[in-house]
Write a protein that binds this ligand. Structure first.
Ligand code: CA
Length: 469
């Protein structure tokens, strides 16, 4: 009897210790960011021709966001928002940066603190994998922006077959898209990669999890797939006899390679018993450019580059077993900026942030503690086109070219087919006012963008010259 009692006391003590430990160990964070994937290109959003069993498993193990947004409709600004937790227009990152290795201004300004910087203050180790796109100048390198390790490339896109990576140095580039051919970097060193890029990035993520299983870590896994160029290996292409259209077939193969990678990561977390201590997020950096890479935004209007839903509403899911209920579907609007705020609130430490952030800690909303909306309003600004958008509740006002008002009720009209601005001028006025107020806090763009490639070359004839100090 005494023995049983002692054993029970022992169990109670162990269980108390475990509970205590769970509270004091900061959770790991893995952000799996895909590039140019359409809203309807994952099983959890209804895709039927491309099976994504592992991405779906991630969503089923936690929450799938039906109204999950990014802060911009193309790669660079969207990533700047995600990595800083701030609307990127606050610091003038309103265009897609050019590949310009001599230009300190071309990328994420040094005034900004990244999520890796912030988590570093809480003792995390951080790894960036894949596409950086936050600047090719040495002072903007991931290792200068809070990351402890980096494996990937600095340009805004890349070729996928290792034999096509022929440039040893960014200064061997002659043009913007030569950046796609640079050999990969491990930290500052060029390496000889032998695998298909997507497989290589998955491999790196898995080995980092193993190496860091005993300390808190953040992995920013920025696959360039399924961004163009459309390139896939036979291993993945052979899975899609069901698709005859060549572009869509290659796109499907690229998505399938990402899905395999997600599977490897989830399996590794399970094997190391890290599931309950790891927040895993999956999302795309912008909507699918349907005509370009054969992606599919489903019923959403528009595509990459638009402030219609097809440009900014993305496949978005999050998993953290034991904290976020499995199988949850969350319909209130959330945004990529929330990832920063969410993880910072879980570290168990008071982290003093350099800048004010715009995101919200989503956990109380996802576990049912807070029934209200995470955001009263969300904003988007496409500076050069003077396209502006604001979402408040189900209302979305889109101002095209600075003057054409379009008001949609997303609750009944997800496809933005009915512009109801004419009959609701009061709501249009209110939302316009809200937008203007927000916009006053924003900065004009601080660098020339991808669309000004030619002009930039004229102004910077030494763009790819290795300059002496
Ligand atoms: Ca993109």
């Amino acid at each position: 009897m005494k023995r049983v009692l002692l054993y029970m006391l022992f169990l109670t003590a162990v269980s108390a210790a475990c509970t205590q430990e769970k509270k004091t160990v900061p959770p790991n964070l893995i952000v799996i960011l895909v590039d140019d994937m359409g809203y309807a290109d994952v099983g959890f959003n209804g895709c039927t021709d491309i099976p994504t069993p592992h991405i779906d498993k991630l969503a089923e193990g936690g929450v799938r966001f039906t109204n999950g947004y990014v802060s911009y409709c193309v790669c660079g600004p969207s990533r700047a928002g995600l990595l800083t937790g701030r609307y990127q227009d606050r610091f003038g990152f309103s265009r897609n940066p050019l590949f310009a290795p001599n230009d300190l201004e071309m990328g994420l300004p040094l005034s900004e603190e990244t999520l890796a910087d912030a988590l570093g203050k809480a003792g995390y180790k951080s790894l960036a994998i894949g596409k950086w796109h936050m600047g090719a100048h040495e002072s903007l390198h991931p290792l200068k922006r809070g990351f402890d390790d980096f494996y990937g490339f600095l340009s805004g896109g890349h070729r996928y077959f290792p034999e096509e990576l022929t440039l040893n140095d960014p200064f061997e580039a002659k043009s913007q898209y030569d950046g796609y051919k640079t050999r990969l970097l491990r930290n500052y060193e060029r390496v000889d990669e032998t695998e298909y890029l997507t497989d290589a990035f998955s491999r790196e993520a898995v080995s980092y999890i193993e190496e860091n299983k005993d300390n808190p870590f953040f992995i920013y896994l920025a696959y360039n797939a399924p961004h163009a160029p459309l390139q896939a290996t036979e291993k993945y292409l052979s899975r899609f006899d069901n698709i005859s259209e060549k572009k869509r077939k290659t796109y499907a193969a690229m998505v399938s390679a990402v899905d395999d990678g997600v599977g490897l990561i989830l399996n590794k977390l399970a094997e190391l018993h890290l599931d309950e201590n790891t927040l895993v997020v999956f999302l795309s950096d912008n909507g699918g450019p349907e005509n370009h890479n054969a992606s599919d935004n489903g019923v959403l209007r528009g595509q990459k580059g638009d402030l219609f839903e097809g440009g900014i509403r993305v496949p978005f899911a999050m998993k953290w077993p034991g904290t976020i209920p499995a199988g949850e579907v969350y319909d209130n609007p959330v945004i990529s900026l929330d990832i920063f705020a969410t993880i910072i609130a879980q570290t168990g430490k008071e982290i003093s942030l350099k800048n004010e952030i715009d995101g919200t800690n989503l956990i109380p909303y996802l576990n049912g503690q807070n029934k209200s909306l995470p955001h009263d309003k969300l904003f988007w600004r496409k500076f050069d086109a003077q396209d502006y958008a604001i979402r408040r509740g189900d209302d979305k006002l889109l101002i095209k070219g600075g003057e054409t008002n379009m008001l949609f009720d997303l609750g009944t009209d997800i496809s933005e087919a009915q512009n109801v601005s004419q009959s609701n001028t009061d709501r249009v006025d209110e939302l316009t006012k809200e937008f203007r107020k927000w916009s006053e806090e924003m900065q004009d763009p601080i660098f020339m963008g991808l669309r000004e490639d030619k002009k930039y070359n004229e102004l910077h004839p030494d763009r790819f010259e290795k300059l002496k100090d």
